[in-house]
Write a protein that binds this ligand. Structure first.
Ligand code: AMP
Ligand code: MG
Length: 329
């Protein structure tokens, strides 16, 4: 099993050194836990793909301590600066033209690279002392539910890595929003995530192109790695676009779990197959609890999970994107 380390200065020094010698480390972020390696070292990054069982055509996001340091790995434009001023550090990933210092394995051979400056205080401290950017996808076996705690990383990858840095549970619980800004006149959202697109549109005072709602495999051509089946529990998950009633859940087989967006008000008695993601339907709470709730249900005895779709706005778009992929066979 991996050692779970607390974020003391001594441990951070040890981990930076370990990373500089091609090591992989499970790290906390404000989105989900990541599996980090030196982004400028092809051999180190290759280990990420092996540990996760991730296909080589699914490129990695490179994390940097500040906006200035992205110039080493990509060519920023005015829009990148504007977005970074407003949303970095935070859950926004930008796609920009890559520089040759970034190994091809990181970008799956593309001539663009994904860059993000994380806000999590522990990730920040780690990366501020590193002499290289950190490539870090989510720290889970490929296509399983993303991890939002050090224990989740341990259960999924503990036998494949040596260290996990503990930074508590993730604030957002959803991956970053990805925006392609290579053409600053035509920015495009590639993945919904923890930063609502409405906030981006407001900041830019314009509409931004969105990903298609239907999950077709050829969508991968637009956003490499965006596969229809992802974030998936082993238990079959079905999505409802109409509200579930507590009565329905109470009358159903005890082998079916019902995942409500908010605590149902009409629940008669405590039943063991009713779960909710928030008290009052707040989207940030639903997002923060989504992956850990799916894991808990997956570890229970249920043979079917029925989940409610969120409203199609703000974080609801990212929540539904994850739920649809989780429900995809
Ligand atoms: P994650 O696995 O959550 O770290 O997310 C990585 C995702 O970022 C990939 O699956 C891609 O969809 C996206 N991505 C990374 N690099 C690029 C790139 N150069 N161009 C387009 N999308 C990218
Ligand atoms: Mg992932």
């Amino acid at each position: 099993m991996a050692q779970i380390l607390q974020p003391t200065e001594e441990n951070l020094r040890l981990l930076r050194k370990f990373l500089s010698f091609k090591g992989l480390v499970g790290i906390p972020s404000e989105t989900v836990y990541g599996l980090a390696a030196n982004a400028l070292d092809a051999e180190a990054c290759q280990k990420i793909f092996v540990a996760k069982g991730r296909p080589s055509n699914d490129p990695l996001i490179c994390h940097v301590p500040n906006f200035e340091s992205i110039s080493k790995i990509c060519t920023p434009n005015g829009l990148a600066k504007k977005l970074a001023d407003k949303f970095w550090p935070g859950p926004l990933t930008m796609i920009l033209p890559k520089k040759s210092i970034v190994p091809d394995i990181v970008t799956s051979g593309l001539d663009s690279v994904a860059v993000r400056c994380p806000a999590h205080p522990v990730f920040k401290r780690l990366i501020e002392g590193c002499e290289f950017p950190l490539a870090a996808p989510s720290a889970n076996p490929f296509s399983y539910i993303s991890p939002t705690s050090a224990e989740h990383v341990q259960s999924g990858l503990g036998n494949k890595i040596e260290y996990i840095l503990d930074g508590g549970s993730c604030e957002h619980g959803l991956e970053s929003t990805i925006i392609d800004i290579r053409n600053p006149n035509a920015p495009r959202i590639l993945r919904y995530g923890a930063l609502a697109t409405e906030a981006l549109e407001k900041a830019l005072d314009r509409e931004i192109a969105k990903p298609p709602k239907d999950l077709k495999p050829n969508q991968a051509a637009l956003a490499p790695g965006a596969l229809p089946k992802h974030y998936s529990p082993k238990t079959c998950l079905k999505l409802r676009n109409t509200p579930i009633t507590a009565k329905e859940a109470e009358n159903a087989s005890q082998n079916t779990a019902f995942l409500f967006l908010r605590k149902p008000s009409d629940t008669r008695s405590k039943t063991d197959n009713i779960f909710w993601l928030s008290e009052g339907g707040q989207l940030d709470q639903i997002a923060a609890n989504l992956f850990s709730a799916l894991r808990r249900l997956d570890e229970s005895h249920f043979d079917l999970i029925i989940a409610e779709e969120a409203p199609e706005l703000e974080l609801g778009l990212a929540i539904n994107d994850r739920l649809r992929r989780a429900a995809s066979q």
